[in-house]
Design a protein around this ligand. Structure first.
Ligand code: DGL
Length: 258
């Protein structure tokens, strides 16, 4: 049975995990959240690089059956993907903002990227925009509040719609923008409610499905592609700090340097 390790700062990566589960049968998952350092969007690059290195070390020590690592976090991918690849032979898929499909499908040629402060302001993202959105105007927006709202929604099943709409209003998205890139894996978890706060013509774009397709092509003949969703017992959850809720059975782990 193939085994995929999915990593994020918190529960945002479960938005990617859902796509992986929907595309792959006979695959088991380990989901690691580095919630001791949540939100990653406010952390410096060096810290995120060292946490990702810590993840690889932890995997090498405790999970010897991993076929694929998915860094299901735009912040960690844009900051530390190359670094991570230096420390393991296991293929790694990163998640980066879907600016390319957004730009090519935009009718108004005006799009916005909504990500964490770290993702919006880093060199990798700027290059992605330069390389793949030519002919398109791109607004780069950021929010940490939406990460907080998505975490609260996941753990407590309560969505603060007022705070969410106030945060979207604060972003002041120009009326000519017709594609909003969800450049943080937490945001698809609350996509329906984000959409409700936007003008009708704005479509949301995220990378989840593309990541799952990439996983299918990388794992190749090792897996069976299908519609069946594996039961929850096929996902083991790990966290670096205790979570105040028993929604999942979670093992606490340490990603610090040895
Ligand atoms: N889910 C993460 C991302 O895609 C990071 C959220 C955070 O910890 O700030 O960037």
């Amino acid at each position: 049975m193939s085994h995929i390790l999915v990593f994020d700062s918190g529960i945002g990566g479960t938005s990617v995990l859902s796509h992986l589960k929907a595309c792959l049968q006979g695959v088991s998952f380990s989901y690691v959240m580095d919630n001791a350092f949540l939100p990653y969007g406010l952390q410096p690059q060096e810290l995120i690089k060292s946490r990702v290195k810590g993840l690889i070390r932890w995997q090498q020590q405790y999970l010897d059956n991993v076929d694929l690592i998915v860094i299901a976090c735009n912040t960690a991918s844009t900051y530390a993907l190359e670094e991570a690849r230096k420390h393991t032979q296991i293929p790694i898929i990163g998640v980066v903002p879907a600016v390319k499909p957004a730009a090519s499908s935009s009718k108004t040629k005006h799009i916005a990227l909504l990500a964490t402060p770290a993702t919006s302001n880093n060199a990798y993202t700027h290059k992605l925009i330069m390389d793949f959105t030519s002919g398109c105007k791109v607004e780069t927006l950021h929010s940490t509040e939406l990460v907080r709202i998505a975490e609260h929604f996941y753990w407590h099943n309560e969505l603060d719609k007022e705070a969410l709409c106030a945060e979207i209003a604060r972003l002041n998205i120009p009326a000519t923008v017709d594609r909003l890139v969800l450049g943080c894996t937490h945001f698809p978890l609350i996509a329906h409610d984000i959409k409700n706060c936007l003008q009708k013509h704005v479509e949301l774009v995220d990378s989840g499905k593309a990541i799952a397709n990439r996983a299918v092509s990388l794992l190749g003949s090792q897996i069976v592609v299908g519609e069946k969703v594996p039961s929850a017992s096929e996902v083991c959850f790990y966290a670096t700090a205790p979570v105040m809720d028993s929604k999942e059975v979670i093992s606490i782990i340490n990603l610090n340097k040895d």
